[in-house]
Design a protein around this ligand. Structure first.
Ligand code: SF4
Length: 337
């Protein structure tokens, strides 16, 4: 499929400027952007990975992770190859960093309608754009999401948040929930470890919140990179003061992957991050990749209302999104309408 890209400007000598993500690549004819999936073909920017899915799975929504959005439901999860960041610890690097090598025309083409039909057939309540970076297959996510919305499904972006403000506004027309991965909180560390800038990620979080998209934040704790007290305090402070104390913060354990030589995240490091988050006022902090029972408590009466284990929802006591003991509303989206 020869899918023209959205969000770009024509420049002189057939050059183009892509404005989908905050890299804003200037691309000469015959060349690709940093993500390797958008190509300047004689002055026309083309999305090479449109409909070229490299992963399709039915996942528990808790795996995204989203803990306050339709708990216990299934999310039809899809990915096309590519990413606009270069994290050395990427947990999905085989597909996220595949843009440069992959022959897109050899991947099967999946029409947007087929994704929606598969989601409905498998009993999913949402479609999640995940595993790689959905921003870099934006046009496809938009086309699937429009159809999904008409079919009564929710749409979920699992993203690094590195899109432009103009792209984000359009995305929020179709998307109901997002999990943004804030990978570090020092601009220098962020730039060095991902090849990108922290500022646009924070702007995206603010904008998603403002646009009413349900937002949860994830931080993969990588020893020696982003797990020092100053970064974690600043990150927790940002979530608490700018996104709200009831924004869930997922602290994920890292396992050695790809180019990074960091060891597995220690339990001590996870506990320190959680303690920092609590001191900054965050109400919902969840460990990830730890194989443990994870509870959500009502903020009013402190009774347990949700319990999960390894992405499986074990208990859901909520009644229409409220605590069954004291009737207080729990932050999140718990009914499907
Ligand atoms: S999506 Fe980002 S990385 Fe890819 S071409 Fe556009 S600006 Fe560059």
């Amino acid at each position: 499929m020869d899918q023209e890209a959205s969000f770009y400007q024509f420049l002189e000598d057939q050059k183009v400027q892509c404005e989908l993500c905050a890299h804003r690549c200037l691309i000469r004819p015959g060349r690709r952007g940093i993500c390797h999936v958008r190509e300047n073909q004689a002055g026309r920017l083309v999305s090479l990975n449109y409909g070229r899915l490299i992963a399709e799975h039915v996942d528990p929504i808790e795996k995204k992770p989203l803990y306050h959005f339709l708990p216990g439901s299934k999310a039809f999860s899809i990915a096309a190859p590519g990413c606009n960041l270069r994290c050395e610890w990427c947990q999905n690097w085989q597909i996220s960093q595949a843009g440069a090598e992959v022959r897109f025309d050899r991947l099967p083409y999946v029409a947007p309608q087929a994704v929606v039909e598969d989601a409905l057939r498998t009993g999913c309540r949402s479609i999640a754009y995940t595993y790689t970076e959905p921003t870099v297959f934006y046009e496809y996510t938009r086309d699937v999401a429009r159809l999904a919305k008409s079919a009564g499904l929710k749409n979920i972006y699992v993203t690094n948040g590195y899109m432009t403000a103009e792209a984000l506004i359009e995305i929020t027309e179709w998307f109901d929930a997002a999990n943004v991965d804030i990978k570090a909180f020092s601009p220098d560390v962020y730039r060095k470890m991902t090849g990108a800038d922290l500022g646009p990620v924070l702007e995206s979080c603010r904008a998603l919140k403002k646009q009413g998209v349900w937002l949860e934040v994830t931080t993969l704790l990588v020893t020696g990179i982003n797990d020092d007290r100053p970064q974690l305090e600043a990150l927790a402070d940002f979530i608490s003061t700018e996104l709200g104390t009831e924004t869930p913060w997922h602290l994920s354990r890292y396992f050695p992957q790809y180019k990074s030589k960091a060891p597995m995240t220690s339990s001590r490091s996870l506990a320190m991050a959680e303690e920092i988050g609590r001191k900054k006022g965050l109400k919902f902090i969840y460990p990830g990749n730890v194989h443990a029972s994870v509870e959500t408590r009502c903020l009013s009466c402190d009774r347990v209302v949700l319990v999960r284990d390894d992405y499986e929802l074990l208990e859901n006591k909520l009644v229409e999104g409220c605590c069954p003991y004291c009737d207080s509303k729990i932050a999140g989206v718990f009914t499907g309408d």
